[in-house]
Design a protein around this ligand. Structure first.
Ligand code: UTP
Length: 800
């Protein structure tokens, strides 16, 4: 099939039948056909077609017949390039020849006999190539699983009982644990043959007390002793002459192929993969993944239908698994909470989705979030990692890769918590804790049991002064990958366990927590329904997809505080601003917003008629005095080339004259400096709105104009994309007629943070929209504004 025949014209544009996508116009069609997806699928289809045309289908073999047997037999009809045997039952094979003529030769032979078996040879079926979309966690399937749980859950008497039921229903059974342990034992026996003195250690969900049926088997192959063995054997061999090592093991063992002290992880894993394939019965689908943060060998065990991973550089994971086991033993409420929250997160597609629908929280990260919440309960349910360290005795001291991993080996060493809250209350508490958590401005530390201020991690020039023992050192802090959720590993303090999450995941997690919090306040959560209706956990577990954004949410544009993408100089300034960093950042964002509206989109900005400030001005005056000095310099910085910061700016009004308090570190719901969450908060700071007038449809056809400008050297503007975007607007204004009635709308900036994730929110509202274009403009701004604000913040730095 040629590329052209993949494209069909539809009333709404085009449809690519290969990739199953709709394309509104020829420009997007052009881009799509040149794009990666379309090109990859075309290549895959062509390869499949060639394979089909060069191969035959062979049935009648059995598992004793090997790939080599089949290849050798079919060589008589022509050169064989590949043989694929079905892995599960080994009853059929696909034989691929170099030449298509060989197919005819094989098909015309009347009888095929191999190892006493009668083989049947058929032409390959010609299947139409179809894109099978990745299976996502279909809400329908999730609902079906939940429906099976419903009768049992609904008849229980309390949420506490429901949570215990979830543990019983999902936990690994004794037989499953035994089967896993036997497999580990078998692998140990096999590996020690090839890698003397090696150890294979399970970690993760199989052994951390939170495992569920069919969870994967994570293994760490510890080769430290093997390295010692090899070094010793080498020196002895050198002394004694070639041939035999001191314990009589022959030199032609697998170890003679590799020097463990210098080999790369990928080399070692290749060997591990080979051993798994050849020597461990029932193991298939062996694959080395060297690109992962920690390279692994993945495998599948047919009989146990078990997925497994083997890593060789993961001693810390074995230790953090011991930590999770310890926490489980310290307080028996942890397991039901973890099982319940993991199930909730799966239903809401927030975590643990192996089909890979986007970056999700991994189970380890989610468990750490639960432990952190329990450290922050009043009184705490679990101790901090630092407290655990102090409770350990000398023999329990442990350091791995330079990180302190000391904690007691037995739960008995830890005094029981005085917190008596039941499971139902703690579960509701978890949702409420994270519903209000300021992820953007915090770094979660289980080590200290508190949220550390993000500003400590922003500056490259931070001094180590004042850092306590075990706090991340300067070098470690610099390496921490900041993101929308910053969750420090309890031991490897330079690792952000949630570093894979994007802003969307953070938002979904928090929105679901807010929904759950609201539900947990209702009677349906706490009381069994007398009419047999869903209650308690059942309604909490309803799959994702039912939360509708509220109407007000639809008309606001959120600009999150993204610590990871801030320019360096601003990072340093925010670091110096400390608790007042939000004010400083908000200043910059508002300047940039004003710049986008005025200079790039050529809106007329008029002063607001009701620019009045709310209550609290006395307190505000005091607070502003302290913050004013630190932000003074930023106030005088005007938006580069955009004639902003005039007297109509709400920001200048607020910052210079109005003395309205701004939420800062002192207004946090979970104070970075104190362990206790502060729930009380004053009204959110609001500012007088900008009144904007737009006379042209500057949002329509921008891409086309941009392409024209880029192509035309005479028109192409010098400099950044800001200049280009301004020119795009100018061109549209030049060419397109004015709106009959100009669109007038207000933009109300607001800063949030402390008791929720730090961000600037712009509330937009039409004040005059005779031509009904406001919603189109709004949808355009939703994507355009945050992107341009980010660019302007960077530009400001570049031009500084
Ligand atoms: P998982 O996130 O897979 O957790 O990490 P799990 O409890 O095993 O859940 P399943 O497998 O999804 O059911 C597995 C282990 O890997 C280590 C931890 O020891 C964790 O228990 N790990 C994971 C880390 O050390 N750091 C990470 O960032 C992630």
């Amino acid at each position: 099939m040629s590329e052209d025949s993949d494209i069909q014209t539809t009333p709404r544009g085009f449809q690519c039948t290969l990739c199953n996508v709709h394309l509104p116009n020829t420009a997007s069609l052009d881009q799509h056909v040149k794009g990666k997806k379309h090109r990859t699928l075309s290549t895959v289809r062509a390869t499949r077609k060639t394979q089909e045309e060069h191969s035959v289908f062979v049935s009648g073999i059995n598992p004793e017949v090997s790939q080599t047997d089949v290849a050798e037999y079919f060589q008589q009809f022509g050169a064989v390039t590949d043989v694929i045997i079905d892995k599960d039952k080994g009853v059929y094979a696909i034989v691929q020849f170099t030449e298509t003529d060989s197919i005819q030769a094989a098909l015309s032979c009347v009888e095929h006999k191999l190892k006493g078996l009668n083989l049947r040879v058929k032409p390959r079926e010609k299947k139409e190539f179809k894109l099978i979309p990745k299976k996502k966690n279909d809400p329908k399937n999730l609902q079906q699983v939940l429906d099976c749980l419903k009768p049992d859950l609904c008849q229980l008497v309390s949420v506490n009982a429901q949570m215990q039921h979830i543990v019983e229903r999902f936990q690994l059974g004794e037989n499953e644990k035994k089967a896993r342990s036997l497999l580990v034992q078998l692998m140990q026996e096999v590996f020690v043959e090839f890698f003397p003195d090696s150890k294979i250690l399970p970690f993760g969900s199989s052994v951390n007390t939170f495992g569920i049926h069919s969870c994967d088997l994570d293994l760490f192959l510890d080769l430290e002793n093997t390295k010692v063995f090899q070094a010793h054997a080498k020196s002895t061999t050198e002394q004694a002459g070639e041939g035999m090592s001191d314990d009589g093991r022959s030199e032609d063992s697998i170890l003679s192929d590799i020097d463990l002290s210098t080999a790369t992880p990928a080399d070692v894993l290749d060997l591990v993969a080979m051993i798994l394939k050849r020597c461990v019965p029932s193991v298939n689908k062996v694959q080395v993944v060297s690109s992962a943060r920690l390279p692994v060998v993945k495998f599948h065990h047919r009989e146990l239908n078990l997925q497994g991973d083997i890593t060789i550089n993961n001693r810390l994971a074995v230790r953090n698994t011991r930590f999770l086991q310890l926490c489980s033993g310290v307080d028996e409420r942890l397991r039901p909470l973890v099982y319940t929250i993991r199930y909730w997160a799966k239903q809401k597609q927030l975590a643990g989705n192996p089909s890979g629908a986007g970056p999700l929280l991994n189970n380890y990260a989610l468990t750490l979030l639960i432990i952190f919440f329990l450290q922050n309960c009043e009184p705490p349910v679990l101790p901090t990692v630092d407290q655990l360290k102090d409770l350990a005795c000398e023999e329990e001291e442990c350091e791995i890769e330079g990180w302190n991993c000391t904690f007691p080996s037995q739960p008995i060493a830890i005094p029981p918590s005085t917190n008596t809250q039941d499971l139902c209350t703690l579960l509701a508490g978890f949702f409420s804790f994270y519903a209000k958590f300021d992820f953007a401005s915090s770094v979660i530390s289980l080590r200290e049991g508190r949220a550390l201020p993000i500003t400590d991690f922003l500056s490259q020039n931070k001094e180590d002064d004042g850092l306590q023992e075990d706090q991340p050192t300067k070098a470690h802090q610099q390496r921490l990958k900041l993101g929308p959720v910053n969750l420090l590993d309890p031991f490897e303090l330079s690792h952000n366990v949630a570093g894979n999450l994007n802003e969307r995941c953070r938002h979904s997690f928090q929105r679901e927590c807010q929904e759950a919090e609201k539900y947990c306040r209702s009677l349906q959560y706490q009381q069994k329904s007398a009419k047999g209706k869903s209650w308690g956990l059942m309604r909490l577990f309803t799959p994702h997809g039912e939360v509708q954004p509220s109407k007000t949410e639809q008309l606001t544009i959120s600009i999150p505080f993204k610590s990871a993408s801030l320019p360096e100089q601003l990072c340093n300034e925010l670091h110096t601003a400390g608790d007042s960093f939000r004010l400083l950042w908000f200043q910059r964002v508002c300047s940039a917003v004003e710049g986008v509206l005025k200079s790039i989109l050529k809106c007329n900005l008029a002063p607001s008629k009701d620019a009045a400030f709310g209550e609290d001005s006395a307190v505000a005056a005091e607070e502003m005095e302290t913050t004013e000095a630190s932000v003074k310099s930023s106030l005088s910085d005007s938006f580069d080339g955009a004639e902003t910061q005039n007297e109509t700016s709400p920001v200048s009004a607020v910052a210079v004259g109005a003395k309205r308090p701004l939420s800062s570190g002192s207004d946090t719901s979970v104070s970075p400096q104190s362990k206790k969450p502060r729930m009380a908060r004053r009204g959110k700071p609001e500012f007088p709105p900008w009144i904007c007038v737009q006379k042209h449809i500057v949002w329509a056809g921008r891409r086309k104009v941009k392409r024209e400008l880029i192509k035309d050297a005479d028109l192409r503007p010098e400099g950044s994309c800001v200049a280009l975007e301004s020119q795009v607007t100018a061109r549209i204004i030049e060419k397109e007629p004015e709106l009959k009635d100009p669109l007038e709308f207000s933009v109300q900036p607001q800063m949030l943070g402390g008791t929720e994730s730090t961000r600037a929110v712009l509330k937009l509202e039409p004040t005059s929209d005779q031509t009904g274009v406001f919603h189109d403009f709004f949808h355009f701004l939703e994507a355009f504004l945050p992107k341009m604000v980010e660019t302007l913040l960077e530009k400001e730095e570049a031009s500084a």
